[in-house]
Structures are given as C-alpha cells and as structure tokens.
Design a protein around this ligand. Structure first.
Ligand SMILES: *Cc1c(COP(=O)(O)O)cnc(C)c1O
Length: 398
C-alpha cells in the first residue's frame, strides 16, 4: 500500500496551493484561481508519463471504469468479458451501464487468459474489461490480438498495476482506454481519485463530458456551456487532485523501492521447486506491489498461509477472502442491488451462482500473496525473508 506510506511535505504543499486560492472546483474560475489547476496539471503529467495523448482525472477508480465503458459506447444488451478474480468495481461498472458481465478463466498471471477470453466470446460481446491485478499484468499483447481478431474493444483496468509494463509499454496503454484508481490502497493515492487515459480524441471528449453532466467545458462560463450528452457527476476536487499530483511525482521512487524489496523476498523461495511464482509476462515490468506464489495444492496453500500468519507474516489467501473472488460474491450471485435492476439486464445476465471456471478455481486455491510495503527497512526485509524460508522448510520439508 505504497502511496499512503509516503505522505509528507510535498502533498501538504500542493494542497496549500489550492487552499490559498480557495478554488476547490476543477473547472472555470480562471481569474481567481491564479493559475492553479491541479486536476488539469495531473492530467497533463499522467498522460505524459504514459506516453498517451489524453487523460481525464475523475472522482475514483469505479467512476473511471464507468466512464470508460460509457465513452467507448458499451451499453444495454452488450456483453463485457471480465475476470472472476478482481476487485468487484469493474463488474459493478459493467452492470451500471446496463451491460452484462461475462466471466472468463484466468491463467497463472492471475489475470484473464487469452484462451479464456476466446472461449467466452459470443455474438453479443462488445468489449473485454481486462484487469491487471496486484502489481503485474495479463498477457496483454496476446489479448490485444484476440480483441483485434474478434472485433472487441479492449479496456484495461490498471488500477492495481500503475507503473507495470510489458516490453517497456505501460499498463493501460494497450487498449482503447485505460483506467486507474488513486484510492487510499493503491500505488499512489489522492485520498480518492481515478483517471482514464486514451489516444482517441473522441473517447476523451466523451469521457470528460460524461463525467460532468455532459458539460462541453468550452470557455470560462459554466452557465453558458453546452451539454451534447447526458452524464453524471464523477468530478474530482482540486484538493484530491493536489494530493495525487504530489504522489505521481513520487511514482518512480515508489516502484524502485518495491522492486528492490520484492527481489530480496524472492530469495526466500529458492530451493523449493514445488513452489512457482505467479507468471509475469515481462519480469522487468513487474511493478512489484506484491509477490504472488502458487503452492502444489490447496491443502498446502492453506497450511502455508496459517504458518506464515503465526510467524507474523500476513499473506493474502484470496481464495477465502470475501471480496476479491467470484466464489464469495454472494451479492452478485443474487444480483442484489439497492434498486430494481432493469428487466432487460436481469433477463440477459447468466446465473452467476452457476458459473464454473475450473482452471481459475484450481489456481485460486493454490495461490497466495505477500504485500510489499514501502515502510519496511532493509533489516526487516532480511527478517521476513528468513522467517518465510523457515516456514516453507517446516511445511514442505527440505
Ligand atoms: C481499486 C480498484 C477499482 C476501484 O477504485 P476506487 O477508486 O476504489 O473506486 C477498480 N478496479 C480495480 C481493479 C481496483 O483494484
């Protein structure tokens, strides 16, 4: 949970800039804001960092997912292929635009697999919402080719993998749009915040309008602006954008530290051929927020999780976690919303309780993760590396 661990003087300075002008709104007030545009500056720097033409900053990552889907024209009756192992936000986003989430298998990257996607395509499939999970990426080049061949729109949710790359190309830049979150638990944080990036001018224009009630954002008179489309309010405030800006400027330092600690922690696993690391399509591009590994079977995984816990090393055993895996999404299985979902959507959605994904189930039952923390010291990394090795020896022998 890097960003939150590095909060300091830089964030305070950016926030103070905003408080001094008193303009907390991201648009308009050209005079009184005295040249202070935090959301706009964040967008420029974030786009430049990713080598893309456009960035739209918004209120949070869930909003970024919704804005992306809306901006590429996904809507009622469309199917969107989504991963069963993910934060649930992208799935909620698909339902919110009236489209149908269709689950496909993951592979050892822990993200959607190219084969799994192919197998889930139907004549109604409009897009793939690919999530790059927990610091690393899917086999995105192959997936982009599948999408191309099948005429599907690729949307990348890179919220948990900011700064990860394949072949030097950053997560979020392979698809038509990329989405990010800067909530309190992400690589960098704005408190709450999100972004959508794209090279497509039309998608960008739709995104900023849709995220602000359809305002066209032309000129400096909000009252006189036109509204080419309906939208919603997914605006980010200048205060949040200010924090995000300071954090963005720390991103490379965050990535370097994570990568160093993760490389050291990997040493704990050498000499245990029964354990495989999560597959990383381009090892140089792992953003290294976590270290994921697969045990030979579910029973051993449960045992390792328990023993590491006793040794003070918490691992995430997502198979049992109740909010990152389809198996435990009772609310989705019952399609329980706060309001009556549209009839059409209810008719189109498959029975989520009956979805069977054997490969995913098998991988999930054997996999766990250690989260890399920026607040660790070099000595602490030595200690957990040593303790992890001891636990593995105890459970696996050797
Ligand atoms: C965190 C996250 C989101 C949602 O972000 P919020 O800013 O919390 O709304 C969306 N997708 C994925 C994959 C995430 O991990």
């Amino acid at each position: 949970m890097p960003g939150m661990e590095l909060f300091g003087e830089e964030e305070r300075k950016e926030v103070m800039d905003v408080l001094e002008t008193g303009i907390l709104f991201r648009y308009n007030f050209d005079g009184p804001r005295k040249g202070i545009w935090k959301a706009r500056t964040f967008e420029e720097e974030f786009a430049r960092y990713h080598g893309v033409k456009h960035c739209h900053m918004c209120a949070n990552g869930t909003a970024a997912d919704i804005i992306s889907l809306a901006s590429v024209g996904v809507g009622a009756g469309d199917e969107v292929i989504v991963p069963p192992f993910s934060f649930i936000a992208p799935i909620e986003a698909v339902l919110t635009v009236g489209a149908v989430p269709v689950f496909a298998e993951i592979d050892e990257t822990l993200c959607l697999s190219p084969d799994g996607i192919e197998a889930a395509v139907t004549p109604r499939t409009k897009a793939v919402l690919l999530v790059h999970l927990f610091g690393s990426m899917a086999r995105v080049e192959e997936i982009a080719r599948v999408c191309e061949k099948r005429g599907l729109i690729l949307i990348e949710d890179a919220a948990p993998a900011l700064g990860a790359s394949v072949g030097g190309r950053l997560a979020g830049t392979f698809g038509k749009v990329g989405c990010f979150s800067f909530d309190f638990f992400k690589v960098i944080t704005a408190g709450e915040g999100g972004a959508v990036i794209t090279d497509d001018r039309e998608v960008y224009e739709t995104a900023h309008m849709y995220g602000d009630h359809g305002h066209d954002h032309l000129g400096d008179n909000r009252g006189a602006e036109k509204h080419p489309i309906l939208g919603l309010n997914f605006r980010v405030s200048e205060l949040h954008a200010a924090v995000g800006l300071a954090q963005l400027r720390k991103l490379d330092a965050i990535l370097a530290r994570q990568r160093r600690f993760q490389a050291r922690l990997r040493e704990a696993f050498s000499g245990f051929p029964q354990i495989a690391f999560r597959e990383v399509p381009d090892p140089a591009g792992d953003s290294a927020t976590t270290l994921g590994f697969l045990l030979p079977d579910a029973a051993t995984a449960a045992r390792v999780h328990e023993e590491l816990g006793k040794a003070g090393i918490g691992t995430a055993y997502w198979y049992r976690n109740n909010f990152h895996y389809l198996r435990n999404w009772e609310h989705l299985k019952g399609l329980k919303s706060a309001y009556r979902l549209p009839i059409r959507l209810l008719e189109d959605c498959p029975d989520y309780a009956g979805v069977r994904l054997p490969r995913t189930e098998e991988i999930m039952s054997r996999m766990q993760m250690i989260e890399i923390r920026l607040s660790w010291t070099e000595e602490h990394v030595d200690t957990i590396t040593e303790k992890t090795r001891e636990v593995l020896r105890k459970v696996l022998g050797g």
